[in-house]
Write a protein that binds this ligand. Structure first.
Ligand code: ATP
Ligand code: LTN
Length: 331
């Protein structure tokens, strides 16, 4: 049987956080052996909130190199930049005409982001999930590895695919979410009831995957926890639960094993261990990134080839969609 197809994307809105890494990107590399994988830096999505052009350009290249440093191999997978492949915007329009205003109004990310960016509630922010559906459906992806915050968008992509298929005849694969059991929602170190996010104003709230060892340790030392002293996973202990989740996903140890490891020790020892383990885990990514980002010619070769393959792959499917809705065939 043919291998299943994986598709996922990440926005170039800044250095990836430990949340992006544990919840999503970290799982992308190992999937390459079992599946055909297509990964994308979604710069079109990034401009739904204000971006400085020079910074967006730099962040996009950085994100591309970071994905490679995190183990995505351009010999095994297709890795490209979204704006280089025109089928995404083309299919976006068609799918937008199969998406209801009411559905988009219910998206929690839109509600959150329109509150946070009240001076710029643009229509791209509103239709963001349609473009995400186009990303996925243009390749007929089977599985989409994401953090839990993207589940609602994926549900919408499934509905759009089903609706299109019913109206125009079978074309799109209805994609399934692929969500890690542990670490699908890494929380802020300063407010463990909130998701860790690149766009948090408090720099101590998130670990960036390019932070150096001292910074990582310092941020974990300052992590907000409760006033007890036992390292165990229990409802209400949001700060400790989050640190245990991080430690577990980096070391592979179960919560019980972690509790025994730190029995009789305090939170201070635990935070230090989490900091050191995470920093040591991230160190090779940082050095690989430093090496790759110097070699602009190599990066350009990789993203140019990636875009060519993605264009060829998605064009077949998008041309079929154009035909099905009744557009006159071009050639
Ligand atoms: P922004 O803060 O700019 O909105 P973001 O940090 O939420 O961005 P995205 O580029 O939107 O990052 O997300 C990339 C991937 O990382 C998605 O699959 C998303 O579900 C996942 N992700 C983001 N934050 C977390 C988190 N705190 N825990 C687990 N997964 C996360
Ligand atoms: N909306 C996603 C990024 C994204 C994506 C995709 C993820 C854009 N297109 C397609 C999976 C598949 C986010 O993480 N905020």
């Amino acid at each position: 049987m043919d291998k299943k197809l994986i598709f996922s994307g990440i926005q170039p809105t800044g250095t990836f956080t430990l949340g992006n890494y544990i919840g999503a990107v970290r799982n992308w590399g190992p999937l390459q052996d079992e599946y055909n994988c297509i990964y994308c830096v979604v710069d079109l999505h990034a401009i739904t909130v204000k971006q400085e052009p020079a910074k967006l350009r730099k962040n996009t290249l950085d994100a591309y190199a970071l994905l490679m440093a995190c183990g995505i191999d351009t010999e095994k997978s297709i890795l490209f930049i979204q704006s280089h492949v025109k089928t995404h915007a083309e299919l976006n329009w068609v799918l937008g005409c199969s998406t209801q205003f009411g559905e988009l109004s219910r998206m929690t990310q839109f509600k959150d982001k329109s509150k946070r960016h009240a001076d710029d509630v643009n229509s791209g922010l509103f239709t963001y999930p349609v473009l995400m559906a186009a990303d996925i459906l243009a390749y007929n992806a089977d599985l989409v590895p994401v953090g839990v915050d993207q589940k609602q968008h994926l549900e919408l992509a499934r509905n759009i695919a089903q609706r299109f298929n019913q109206r125009y005849g079978e074309l799109f694969t209805v994609p399934e979410p692929y969500i890690a059991e542990i670490g699908a929602k890494v929380m802020s170190l300063q407010d463990p009831t909130k998701k860790m996010s690149k766009s948090d104003d408090n720099p101590n709230a998130c670990i960036l995957i390019l932070d150096d060892k001292d910074t990582v340790i310092r941020k974990f030392k300052r992590a907000v926890t409760d006033s007890e002293a036992e390292v165990c996973y229990r409802e209400g202990k949001d700060g400790i639960n989050n640190l245990m989740t991080i430690y577990s996903s980096v070391t592979g140890k179960s919560f019980d094993e972690i509790t025994s490891e730190f029995a009789g020790k305090g939170y201070g020892d635990f935070k230090l261990a989490v900091g050191e383990t995470v920093a040591d885990h991230l160190a090779p990514i940082r050095s690989e990134f430093d090496r790759l980002i110097q070699d602009k010619a190599y990066l350009k070769k990789c993203y140019t080839e990636g875009a060519e393959k993605a264009q060829r792959y998605s064009q077949r499917i998008v041309s079929k969609a154009y035909h099905k809705v009744g557009f006159v065939d071009k050639a």
